[in-house]
Design a protein around this ligand. Structure first.
Ligand code: ACO
Ligand SMILES: O=CC(=O)O
Ligand code: MG
Length: 325
């Protein structure tokens, strides 16, 4: 798994040191693009295995018709057993609590010896939904066989979830490691009765709200799906916008979206060069006793160093995940 050693170490550190702050627990594993693959669809799963992507989500939820739910939940453990997905993070998205289908998903998927790296819980409305799911999984699943906590991604896609984000993002558990907060924009639009516009201005507040809470609690923030999968220019515009806003990755639905999204969430060569040069200049000026100085025509002080550090740690994580694959 990409960066798995570091990730486990971080988690252990989190539970050993109660003084560690939330913002220090962010996962080192890059999840720039996470792609949904319907859980019953072997052809798409086999295709996904050949692609260069950070994470895949084997889906039991909305990518799967109601009459295919059983097929998906039975097929996914078999897929995990026989398919080499390389260094990709393998998530499973179960059905949400309100559907009454989660219990069957959990007993089929987590009773298997072929567990995924992580689980996505959709349509979470409150921390109670997460506690309910974790209890269910602990009772019915094979989680004790893992020598690490199960990674958890929580999808927020309702108005009430937005109001409850603080308690949702502060969720902690011994068996689950909440790492990602994922914005389900399509369900959110339906819930609030809005229509998607070209520049998605109707979603700006919710997107920022998700980023704010994810970052306050050290979680990865994953941006919305771009449905018009043949429009690569629009995809790139929205992906770059999301990256600039502070999202760490984006959900994708088609292989054609992967490269653009992963590139949009990776620092450019120019940014890396800038960050390295700035770090050196900052250190030199610190030694001269200067907290603020001019670098390439701009005033630099500590916040700019922290921004440069973000770029350097992202590229380290991306490179680390590729060398360990
Ligand atoms: C709001 C939400 O919840 S989003 C999540 C729920 N939605 C989904 O999961 C949708 C996932 N995506 C898909 O099902 C499909 O990409 C569709 C329906 C959008 C388009 O399907 P198609 O028209 O069949 O795609 P297309 O013919 O362009 O596929 C090209 C190749 O990519 C593969 N492919 C397409 N989508 C995927 C995918 N999601 N994962 C893996 N492979 C895929 C196809 O199998 C095909 O490969 P192959 O011919 O070598 O086997
Ligand atoms: O599940 C994703 C969404 O956009 O809704
Ligand atoms: Mg949804």
């Amino acid at each position: 798994m990409p960066g798995r050693g570091l990730q486990v170490a971080c988690w252990r550190g989190f539970h050993c040191s109660h003084t560690m702050k939330y913002h220090q627990r962010a996962a080192a594993t890059p999840r720039r693009a996470i792609m949904y693959v319907p859980g019953y669809d072997d052809r798409k799963a086999n295709k996904a295995a050949t692609l260069t992507i950070d994470s895949i989500v084997l889906d039991c939820e909305d990518g799967v018709a109601i009459n295919k739910k059983e097929e998906a939940r039975v097929n996914i453990p078999k897929l995990l057993a026989r398919t080499d997905f390389g260094s990709k993070d393998r998530f499973i998205r179960v059905n949400s609590r309100d559907t009454g289908l989660t219990e069957d998903d959990v007993s089929s998927i987590l009773a298997s010896n072929n567990l995924p790296d992580g689980l996505l819980l959709p349509k979470v409305n409150s921390v109670d939904d997460i506690n309910w799911f974790c209890d269910l999984a602990a009772r019915n699943g094979n989680l004790k066989s893992l020598n690490r906590p199960m990674i958890l991604g929580v999808m927020v896609e309702t108005a009430i979830a937005m109001l409850n984000l603080k308690e949702i993002t502060s969720f902690k558990s011994n068996t689950f490691d909440l790492q990602c907060l994922i914005f389900g924009a399509d369900d959110f639009l339906a819930e609030i009765g809005a229509s998607k516009t070209e520049n998605a201005m109707e979603l700006m507040y919710a997107r920022q709200h998700v980023i704010l809470h994810a970052k306050a609690f050290g979680l990865q923030a994953i941006d919305m799906v771009y449905n018009n999968y043949k429009d690569l220019i629009g995809l790139q515009r929205q992906a770059i916008e999301g990256a600039k806003m502070g999202f760490t990755g984006k959900q994708v639905i088609h292989p054609g979206q992967i490269d653009i999204v992963q590139e949009s969430f990776s620092p450019s060569k120019e940014q890396i060069e800038w960050a390295k040069a700035l770090s050196i200049a900052f250190e030199d000026h610190q030694q001269q006793g200067k907290g603020a100085f001019i670098f390439r025509g701009q005033m630099i002080d500590k916040p700019l160093l922290l921004q440069a550090n973000n770029i350097l740690s992202l590229i380290n994580n991306v490179n680390g995940s590729h060398t360990s694959s």
